[in-house]
Ligand binder design. Structure first.
Ligand code: FO1
Length: 307
């Protein structure tokens, strides 16, 4: 059984993982998931990227939206708003059960790693799902309105501000389980997630970048940018704001030191020579994950690129 560790953000990574567990033994797959998007709402600990991965692999996700539960209702949220609570971060009734459960266990002293593993088992998921860290590591975003929290930037202000600077709570360390997954992996994948706010916090964990560089496994990165646009979210705007090409080549430059191979979309085939010139093996394949078949094809191409 091949052991595959995948560095993950939310929606793009979750869709990628759903294809991966279709084509390899899920028991060999470990998702290492960003937690710098985590925040507290109504006194509850919310872990958006972790939950997106859990709901997707558990078959519970709202497919079109990419996050949250399908068949969701928002009765509790309406009542909270009636009581004067902030309601800009929409928490559904089914989703709330997850946050209540997680918050209770964290308050009782369990680690996020333990909590997520319990949920994974309850949802019948075969792959291992690891928070990248059990330390607090929240992203702060500097905009012209000053420093704000990630969800304030992303959801409340609809990612409309120009991002001047990003900071992750310092001192966060990868868990022992994350370090072991990277050390033991045959293949390491950087999922098609935002390089700055999803993969960036994982790479910022103490010692993690060095561990990846020293890993015996091939590292394969999948571009989240197709035809100069992000499939979802503010990755394109952030590439521009930080002075990178808004293209798969811009992403490849960010990962050139870490990765051995790079997967880009057929639409961007003309960028392959420039990416190869960075020292990366390139694979040009369809990367837009429309349905189960295209997700599985992308996963197969990614595994093949590692060999
Ligand atoms: N994204 C939104 O755009 N609006 C929301 O109201 C919202 C609520 C929400 C609740 C729980 C959850 O797990 C995720 C939620 N998201 C929402 C998505 C999420 O915050 C972002 O997609 C990620 O943080 C970016 O990876």
């Amino acid at each position: 059984m091949e052991r595959i560790a995948v560095l993950c953000g939310g929606v793009g990574a979750a869709r990628f993982l759903s294809g991966l567990v279709d084509v390899v033994d899920p028991a060999g797959v470990t998702a290492i998931v960003n937690v710098a998007d985590d925040d507290e709402f109504h006194g509850l600990h919310v872990s958006p990227d972790i939950d997106t991965v859990l709901y997707t692999l558990g078959g519970l996700v709202h497919e079109e939206q990419g996050w949250g539960r399908r068949d969701e209702t928002f009765n509790a949220q309406s009542e909270l708003a009636r009581l004067g609570e902030d309601a800009w971060f929409r928490l559904g009734d089914r989703d709330l059960a997850m946050h209540i459960h997680r918050t209770r266990l964290l308050r009782e002293g369990r680690s996020l790693t333990e909590v997520v593993d319990g949920v994974r088992r309850a949802l019948g998921i075969g792959a291992t799902i690891l928070p990248a860290t059990d330390s607090p590591q929240r992203t702060r975003v500097r905009t012209d309105a000053g420093w704000i929290g990630f969800q304030e930037y992303f959801v409340q202000r609809r990612a409309a501000d120009l991002v001047r600077e990003l900071r992750f709570e310092p001192g966060a360390t990868p868990t022992g389980a994350v370090r072991a997954a990277i050390a033991g992996a045959d293949i390491i994948v950087i999922a098609p997630s935002n390089p700055f706010v999803s993969i960036g916090p994982i790479l910022a964990l103490t010692g993690l970048r060095d561990q990846l560089q020293e890993a015996r496994a091939a590292v394969v990165a999948v571009s989240p940018i197709v035809g100069g646009a992000a499939i979802k979210g503010p990755a394109a705007a952030m590439l521009a704001a930080f002075g990178y090409d808004v293209s798969a080549l811009g992403v490849a430059r960010l990962y050139a030191e870490l990765a051995d191979a790079f997967i880009l979309d057929t639409e961007d085939a003309d960028l392959a020579p420039a990416i190869a010139a960075l020292g990366l093996r390139t694979s040009v394949v369809p990367t837009i994950m429309r349905d189960r078949a295209t997700r599985a094809d992308l996963a197969r191409a990614t595994v093949a690129a590692a060999r």
